[in-house]
Design a protein around this ligand. Structure first.
Ligand code: FES
Length: 162
């Protein structure tokens, strides 16, 4: 497990909030997923040292914790941006140019797909259909939907998110 733990990020993240959250789950049954959700809500992701702390405090094998973290897409082992940019790569958006939007944003943000900017401002993710095909091509920033975009429009939209 050492290799896996070393491959993820996060040191010095066991703060008082983490200690209180972990303590509140002590002795509960079926606590691991809700505990990880609470920790991720608090930290923004699941830092390696927090996972080790959980393992030690609640006597859960680290391998089991990583098994859960890597099985469920909702969990993130690396820091994410304050704003999550989701570029739709579904069929309708693809036909209307979403690849060019993705390439533009990769260039502007200097990240690859699923990457996070160095300043932790944005994480850029490709997603399947966002359910707004009539507005294709579509992207979402956090929970706001933007449609009928050119690559330049998409880049400009990000200026609104400090
Ligand atoms: S394919 Fe993009 S919103 Fe449906």
């Amino acid at each position: 497990m050492e290799t896996q733990a070393a491959a993820v990020e996060g040191t010095g993240a066991v703060d008082e909030g983490v200690r209180q959250i972990v303590a509140s789950f002590r002795g509960r049954k079926g606590f691991l997923i809700p505990l990880l959700q609470a920790i991720q809500h608090h930290c923004g992701y699941l830092p390696a040292d927090v996972l080790e702390y959980i393992s030690q405090e609640l006597l859960v094998p680290l391998a089991e914790i990583y098994g859960v973290c890597t099985f469920y897409a909702q969990f993130h082992l690396k820091p994410r941006g304050r704003h999550i940019v989701r570029v739709c790569r579904g069929t309708a958006c693809h036909v209307r140019g979403s690849l060019a939007i993705m390439e533009k944003l990769k260039s502007v943000l200097k990240v690859e797909e699923n990457g996070t900017t160095e300043d932790l401002r944005f994480t850029l993710e490709p997603v399947a259909c966002l359910g707004a095909c009539g507005l294709a091509p579509v992207l979402m920033v956090n929970d706001e939907t933007h449609g009928r975009l050119t690559p330049e429009d998409a880049a400009r939209i990000l200026d609104n998110y400090a």
